[in-house]
Design a protein around this ligand. Structure first.
Ligand code: CMP
Length: 225
């Protein structure tokens, strides 16, 4: 497991900052342990703390009035969340729940402001994190609004492989999880997965999907095949 300072050194928030700045930053963060299943905050909550994942996994999602859920992301060690409410004082834009026992480093607004006043490069790094998230959100909007169900499912498989398996090809997941990630129904996911299997793009096991041809899946995601 990473130490607090290693976890901070690995996060894009502290890319390029000096060792001294890292030590000062470490003092500003509070480490908190959360068991799997713990809700860290809910969409709509007020709260102005930013979190860095030191260990474990957190998922970011939203539940809608009709009970459906959309999953936005799985976050692992080094990744940052909760920065939006920290910056604009608006309610949380999504909910955050622990999926694997986690240690999170928490930074409150006061600590944040004194850090960025001393080390403005941290503010730039935060802007880079937001730019990356905006790019991903644009791609997601494109795929979810223009692509057929097969494009959306391919997108969800690629996203899961990157976020939960560091680019690994064998994913353990349920069709329901894939439906939540791809904004489609469980039945549609099953139909699409069978078609992708017949095209030898994936191999289906019980509770698992193996990506046999990630490049082919990216083409499906972009509607090219
Ligand atoms: P905040 O709005 O403070 O609380 C919810 C957090 O979820 C938000 O900050 C971001 O850090 C994170 N978040 C929101 N939308 C996404 C997304 N589409 N992908 C990854 N993380 C997100």
């Amino acid at each position: 497991m990473l130490t607090d300072t290693q976890a901070l050194a690995q996060t894009p928030l502290f890319r390029g900052v000096s060792e001294t700045a890292l030590q000062v930053a470490r003092e500003a963060f509070v480490a908190r342990s959360y068991p799997a299943g713990k809700l860290i905050f809910e969409a709509g909550d007020l709260g102005a703390a930013l979190y860095v994942v030191q260990s474990g996994k957190v998922r970011i999602y939203r539940t809608y009035f009709d009970g459906r859920e959309r999953m936005f992301a799985y976050l692992g060690p080094g990744e940052v969340f909760g920065e939006m409410s920290l910056l604009d004082d608006q309610p949380r834009s999504a909910s955050a729940e622990v999926v694997e026992d986690a240690v999170l480093l928490v930074l409150y607004q006061d600590g944040y402001w004194s850090l960025v006043r001393r080390y403005p490069e941290i503010l730039h790094n935060l802007a880079v994190i937001l730019a990356k998230r905006l790019r991903e959100a644009d791609l997601e909007l494109e795929v979810l609004s223009f692509e057929e169900a097969r494009g959306r499912v391919a997108y969800a498989l690629i996203k899961l492989s990157r976020q939960l398996y560091n680019g690994g090809n064998k994913l353990r997941l349920t069709h329901m999880e894939l439906a939540q990630l791809s904004g489609t129904s469980r039945e549609t996911v099953t139909r699409v997965l069978h078609a992708l299997r017949d095209e030898e793009l994936v191999k289906l096991g019980s509770g698992s999907v193996e990506l046999l041809d990630p490049t082919g899946l990216e083409e499906v995601m972009l509607g090219l095949r």
